[in-house]
Write a protein that binds this ligand. Sequence first.
Ligand SMILES: Nc1ncnc2c1ncn2[C@@H]1O[C@H](COP(=O)(O)OP(=O)(O)OP(=O)(O)O)[C@@H](O)[C@H]1O
Ligand SMILES: Cc1ncc(C[n+]2csc(CCO)c2C)c(N)n1
Length: 304
Amino acid sequence: MNGTLNNMVGMICNVLYMQLNNCGTSCNLLKCWKWDITQLITRQLQMQAKYAVLILNRPITQNQEFITSLWNNALVRVTVDGGTNRWDKFLKELPDSEQNTIKLPDLITGDFDSISQDILQKYTKSCKVVHTPDQNYTDFSKALMELQKHCDQQELEIEDVVTICQSSGRLDQILGNIQTLFLAKEKTLLRPNTRLYIMTDDAVSWLLCPGHHIISIPEPTRLHKRAWCSLVPIGATCTNMTTSGLKWNLDDEPLRFGELVSTSNTFDGSEKVTVKCSNTVLWSMRVPSLTDAHYVRSESNPNP
Ligand SMILES: Nc1ncnc2c1ncn2[C@@H]1O[C@H](COP(=O)(O)OP(=O)(O)OP(=O)(O)O)[C@@H](O)[C@H]1O
Ligand SMILES: Cc1ncc(C[n+]2csc(CCO)c2C)c(N)n1
């Protein structure tokens, strides 16, 4: 009896889920997500987007104009521990005339084992500083918790969180950052519908949960000769994956370390990639315009 009741409740929940999330395409039975990062990488569109930007402790290597525009157009700006030193260095390398057009961080967090005392003092005067000493979570994870608190206090609704963090130096930290992507979902560090991205030099990564995903491929990515993308089953086998829009597609196949992991994949020229997956996987793709010196300018003025 209990089993039947549970099944019925499950069916009703699924129907509600479908109605809430049906994206009007082929995904009638699975939760469907549409991903389009164009707003986040195009200066004019950034002004309409509701996002937060987080700077972690790695060199900031993207195009200066891109980073300053992403920063100034954000609803919330956060630097995390040693990320504050990196931000200060980035600012000092800007032309003098630009330095005072850059907004201050809204929030500085961390256990403060990496930020220099000078920088901490400099920003404490004008920014909200939150010390997060807990040694069971990384400063990135704790920064997301503080970001959500800040948004709740200020009644700010953010749809996307863009984390700037080059993948270099320490493999454990890189894996720790992926763990934070999982924690953000599983422990709801952020609101369930908030999208969380990690932006490395010229690539963007995020988690695809079990379900159906439609990923818009930005034009600079599609047109790039050495475009790449990857689908990596982190932590657990993805027992079934089906894709379209890739050079090497999967057809209801398992992805597992020791068997098949889709690295160095690329696109077939389609505007969208679709992914149907039974388990969470890490999606990454090259976005060459993040480091391209001309992209942001040519976006705002087609005839520079
Ligand atoms: N080598 C690295 N590769 C990738 N991410 C990094 C690396 N170093 C630091 N980070 C990220 O920057 C965040 C802030 O770094 P922080 O300045 O606190 O350095 P840390 O003390 O080594 O990091 P944590 O305190 O989180 O262990 C970290 O939580 C992590 O997410
Ligand atoms: C099982 C286990 N492994 C490692 C750490 C250490 N650690 C993990 S996150 C973090 C914070 C760094 O700012 C530290 C020190 C722990 N606590 N528990």
